[in-house]
Design a protein around this ligand. Structure first.
Ligand code: NAD
Length: 424
């Protein structure tokens, strides 16, 4: 039910917005807009630093025009908002980018236009927070002059087997006709199909709980890892054994970083608290997961002291900084907790990550990445991220970076358990 060909404007060309812009830009006139002129300049040179869209695919999006100028959005009639939804220092939702995108769109809206939000939010954000700003900035009336939809993004950065068009897309709209318009729009690019929800709030809630569910399950196995360490049992061996039952879920312990799993639960807990309900399980899971970096650092310090090595003045190598394997994404990486804790105890910590951008690491994590790892100098070695390069190195090459008898700790079970001193 696409009455006339949509003229799309996509706001925010990050991990979510760019793959979408590239997919739509094959079919429709699409303006990819970002407030960051450096991002636009980089993409205009034909390369996506996040490695989500290969150069050839970007080049194949023949109807995609990139711009950092809001005026280029003026002729669009369907807008898709894919801006960040972070939390502030007090872990409350920070809707600043979303609100500024709405204010900008309010100046562009014309009767009949559609605004679809993709950013992860709490249930009610689109209709209670975004719509009033769009109405005020445009002078138009919601569901008479302009319409809204919500279609959450479900991509998994770094996962090139399940790209945006391969994942079933939830769609919704502010009226039944709008829901159908949104659904038809996405059906043109999503090979995996769409699932139309009964309301925007259902789609908003469905997205946020996907990440809440992962966070809670990871917290459970992290807690099990803390218990099994005390009992002298290898957690992974237990999980593999338990996993032979058909209904045992395959979660693994680890640091929970990134822009989604460690952040989105706070959106739901915020909204819950506004309604007077204080979530216990979800916040307990957050607490457990956010302490894992400190736990790893404490274990390394303990293992060193058992060998008569002091942490003060020791040299420690951390392999991996990205929040997950085989991806350069440094946002909210919890590896920094390990580094910070060891540095606070007096260690000199070096970090090596073949995926991460060195300038970004310095800007966002205040860490200068090693370009090359010196051999034979470290008192402790920590494999923090399961990048395939570390898997390929194997324990022997990794141990060669350390002094004889250096502690080797494996956060992500990259190496065989017998080859390391301890793993999470
Ligand atoms: N990264 C993921 O894996 C993922 C998956 C599903 C959902 N999400 C959600 O999607 C949203 C976007 O995430 P992302 O990972 O693409 O973020 P990102 O940081 O990679 O990209 C966001 C882009 O938006 C731009 N931007 C910021 N404010 C803007 C504005 N007012 N107007 C236009 N552009 C603006 C930024 O410059 C940046 O390039 C978030 O709500 C996130 O929770 C992310």
């Amino acid at each position: 039910m696409l009455a006339s060909p949509p003229r799309l404007g996509i706001l925010g060309l990050g991990y979510v917005g760019l793959p979408l812009a590239a997919a739509f830009g094959r079919h429709f006139d699409t303006v990819g807009f970002d407030i960051d002129p450096d991002r636009i300049a980089e993409l205009a040179r034909g390369h996506d630093r996040t490695r989500e869209v290969p150069d050839a695919e970007l080049a194949a999006a023949g109807r995609l025009r990139l711009s950092a100028s809001p005026e280029d959005l003026r002729d669009c009639n369907v807008y898709i908002v894919t801006v960040p939804t972070p939390i502030d220092e007090a872990q409350r939702p920070d809707l600043t980018p979303l609100l500024s995108a709405c204010r900008l769109l309010g100046r562009m809206l014309a009767p009949g236009d559609l605004v679809v939000f993709e950013s992860t939010v709490y249930p009610g954000t689109t209709e209670e927070v975004c719509v009033p700003v769009l109405e005020e900035a445009s002078g138009l009336v919601f569901n008479r002059d302009f319409f809204c939809g919500y279609s959450p993004e479900r991509i998994n950065p770094g996962d090139h087997a399940r790209r945006v068009t391969d994942i079933v897309k939830l769609t919704s709209g502010s009226t039944p006709e709008t829901a159908e318009r949104v659904d038809a729009l996405y059906r043109t690019i999503i090979r995996a199909g769409t699932f139309k929800t009964s309301s925007i709030r259902v789609a908003e809630a469905a997205k946020v709980i996907e990440n809440v569910q992962r966070d809670v399950n990871i917290a459970l196995v992290n807690e099990l890892a803390l218990i099994f360490q005390r009992l002298g049992i290898d957690t992974l061996e237990v999980l593999e054994a338990a996993g032979t039952k058909w209904n045992f879920l395959p979660f693994r312990p680890g640091l929970v970083g990134g822009h989604c799993i460690g952040v989105d639960p706070y959106y739901l807990t915020h909204k819950a608290e506004v309604t007077g309900y204080h979530p216990e399980l979800i916040l307990a899971a957050r607490r457990i997961n956010s302490r894992m970096g400190t736990y790893v650092a404490d274990r390394v310090i303990r293992l060193m002291s058992e060998r008569g090595r002091a942490i003060a003045g020791a040299r420690v190598l951390v392999l991996g900084l990205a929040f997950k394997e085989n991806c350069p994404d440094l946002r909210n990486t919890r590896v920094v907790d390990i580094v910070r804790e060891l540095a606070a105890a007096g260690a000199q910590v070096d970090v090596y990550d073949p995926w991460a951008d060195a300038a970004e690491a310095e800007r966002t994590c205040h860490l200068r990445l090693l370009a090359e790892i010196p051999a034979g100098v470290y008192d402790a070695l920590i494999v923090a991220v399961a990048h395939r390069e570390f898997q390929a190195m194997g324990a022997e090459r990794i141990r060669a970076f350390g002094k004889p008898g250096a502690v080797l700790y494996d956060v992500k079970a990259v190496l065989p358990s017998a080859a390391v001193d301890e793993r999470l």
